[in-house]
Ligand binder design. Structure first.
Ligand SMILES: Cc1cc2nc3c(=O)[nH]c(=O)nc-3n(C[C@H](O)[C@H](O)[C@H](O)COP(=O)(O)OP(=O)(O)OC[C@H]3O[C@@H](n4cnc5c(N)ncnc54)[C@H](O)[C@@H]3O)c2cc1C
Length: 334
């Protein structure tokens, strides 16, 4: 049996991890441009990359159920494998003018002090990823598996049994299609998938932030992420409708202003002249849920990770492999 996995982002890696874990007896042709290539076309590399429960509970919505289950799978993966580029962080949710929203989401508030500010808010455990380091770690680990054959190519045409690449053509028995937001440029998907660009700022080697731990400050839902080891600060990402080629940065400016009004010392640290702008393109499917669907027999699309790819990749990878296995027994997989 020959399987193809197209894409080198989190969705593809989640599938390959699950194929290996389930000891699926097949050759795995892993096709896509190298993870360092293609810039913003690889959303997993251009992500603020925080994983946390955010007050989400089970039995309220199908997306909430997915996210809770996925969070625990990702946490377990981190515990067992201790991946490079991932740190446990303290996350504080603040909403100084409207604590009611926080109470609704989290139930109750506690007193905290951070950067000399006393506030009523919520503490939660979070994990923060350095995308480049983590993806390289995961890529290297998967690539080493004897069943995985790595191919550095860009697919221009894909059917259920063949792919035409810029370098070569490939044939296989089943394809996991994890091309992310740009899949719709090449294929009219039977389920609707939208591209949603997002932007964020990064400051490297910041001094004197006043934080001694890996920290995420979340103000009205917006994140300021402090990577204590690399002294990197990340602000964002934007969520309003925007363009990738000419980003409107109003939302990031507003986020910066909100943090600085609470923590005036950050005004110098978050100097715009020193900020680097990053952009990624998320894929959004119906009801913001991750989606798995058969485009054709033997062609399974894994998409719609939207704002939660770092959380969802293990759970959805496992579900994708279950779908594949169900085709082997000729049961209804759609
Ligand atoms: C600003 C921003 C902030 C975010 N913050 C968070 C967060 O805090 N927490 C979180 O969990 N998620 C976050 N996300 C979302 C997360 O990054 C995405 O959900 C995730 O990266 C999507 O992964 P993917 O594998 O589906 O897509 P991608 O990472 O885009 O992977 C697609 C892959 O397919 C390849 N490809 C595309 N076309 C072809 C082709 N024709 N042939 C071969 N290969 C192809 C690409 O090169 C790439 O390797 C954020 C995203 C953005 C933009």
């Amino acid at each position: 049996m020959k399987l193809a996995v197209i894409g080198k982002g989190l969705a593809a890696m989640g599938v390959i991890e699950a194929l290996i874990k389930r000891e699926i007896d097949a050759e795995i042709l892993w096709i896509g441009p190298r993870i360092e290539d293609l810039g913003w076309a690889n959303c997993s590399r251009n992500s603020t990359a925080v994983v946390a429960l955010q007050g989400i509970k089970e039995d309220i919505s199908p997306l909430g159920d997915d996210l809770v289950e996925a969070f625990h799978k990702t946490k377990e993966f981190i515990k067992v494998n201790n991946p490079s580029g991932v740190k446990r962080a303290d996350r504080y949710h603040l909403s100084p003018d409207d604590t009611e929203k926080l109470k609704v989401r989290f139930g109750s508030l506690e007193s905290h002090k951070i950067l000399n500010l006393d506030f009523e808010g919520v503490y939660e455990e979070a994990f923060i990823f350095d995308p480049t380091v983590f993806l390289r770690w995961w890529y290297d680990r998967l690539e080493k598996h004897p069943h995985v054959k790595l191919v550095d190519d860009f697919i221009v045409e894909l059917t259920a049994s063949e792919a035409r690449g810029l370098k070569e053509d490939y044939s296989f028995d089943f394809v996991f299609d994890a091309r992310g937001a740009f899949v719709t440029d090449q294929l009219e998907t039977i389920e609707k998938i939208q591209k949603v660009p997002g932007h964020y700022w990064v400051w490297e080697d910041v001094l004197d932030v006043g934080l001694n731990e890996f920290t995420v400050l979340t103000l009205f839902g917006h994140n300021l992420i402090y990577h204590h080891d690399t002294k990197r600060l990340v602000l964002g990402g934007s969520t309003e409708k925007d363009d990738i080629s000419a980003p409107r940065l109003d939302q990031l400016h507003q986020q910066r202003a909100a943090f600085v009004s609470l923590f005036p010392n950050l005004d110098d640290v978050l100097c715009l002249k020193k900020a680097a702008l990053f952009s990624g393109v998320r894929s959004k499917a119906s009801k913001r849920r991750p989606t798995l669907f058969f485009q054709n027999e033997n062609h399974l699309i894994i998409n719609g990770f939207y704002k939660n790819g770092y959380t969802l990749c293990h759970l959805i990878g496992e579900r994708a492999v279950e779908r594949y296995k169900s085709t082997l027994f000729k049961t209804d997989s759609n």
